[in-house]
Design a protein around this ligand. Sequence first.
Ligand code: FNR
Length: 374
Amino acid sequence: MTILKLEPSSEPFTYEQWEELAKTKLTKGAFDYVQSGSGAEETLIKNREVFSQWDLLPYVLTNVEERDLSTNLLNRKIAAPFLLAPVGFQTVVHPDGERASASSASKLNIPYITSTVSSVALEEVSKIMQDTPHYFQLYWPNDDDVATSLVKRAESVGYDAIVVTVDTPLLGWREKDLHNGYFPMETGAGMANFVSDPVFQAKYNSDDLLEDSELIPVIRNILLKQNLTWEKLAWLREQTSLPILLKGILRADDAAKAVQFGIDAIIVSNHGGRQLDGVRSSLSALPAIVEEVNGEIPVLVDGGIRRGSDIIKAIALGADAVLLGRPYVYGLANGEAGVTDVLKNLLSDLDTSLAIVGIPTIQMIDQSIIEEKR
Ligand code: FNR
């Protein structure tokens, strides 16, 4: 395990300090885009508050000298039970964007999920990830030919899974972005997977005449599909042999449907409080979904994971792994080195927390160590 440096540092260390740093480095539009939630941000706030409604109950005297943070997910061993969530448009945070995040993740054997609206084409991200698990997140475009093309490209360059985001028939009502008049694609970010797509180019830019700025409305127009249904997922199931995950489930009956439709894992998520304000926090949605799924497929969760003890709580409540969004994106304000600082710190924090909760391996965490606050 990494030994933490003990000399005082002026660099950010905590999540809150990284957020502060990002605020000073990014434009107001970009910072608000990353930080904010939808509506009055009640869900964004709940995603954090819910963690303090649960108490951990450590075991003592259990011999925690030999610890193991690794875990298995979809038949692959990963360094720790967390993945980097799909976050689009990362060049609005740092010019290296997704290259830096993926490079850091790959060196630490932490899985990375490439967004449909990545600023770096999915093939390049895959090369950076090498053998470390990487998934492709699909915002199902309102054009099945383009959707199929993206999925086939991901499959052919070695992605390990497709993550279909199902909570986004439209972008949420994000008041800060609307007020700022900010749409990240207008900086040139987030278009790489479309401009590099042969089907997209053939259908929408056949003479290759359009400038990037002219492509923005075209991409925006087909980015999201409002008439996506479960039947469509059954169709996708036939198009690819890769495992399919659904991201954005909050109801136990939807989780049951996912199992019925042959989905390979689900991600309990409210999109970091960015889609519908007022929906429940993802951690509070987790237990009923875990109960419903009953071990048939892995259940992941994201939203508000900031520290090692948060990860332990999510796993004690039945998650197989968690996703991190904003924490690594704030680190990215300092490029790859910043992402690596954030991730290494979290690994050390998780290792420390595991020892003190008295359970030496991730596999051994169970619900006996967690209780609802009285
Ligand atoms: C996101 N998220 C997201 N999700 C997705 O499926 N596709 C995407 O392109 C994006 N883009 C994106 C951009 C930014 C700036 C943020 C903050 C989030 C949601 C993301 O995958 C994840 O669900 C949340 O970020 C998890 O919550 P925390 O960790 O940020 O609290």
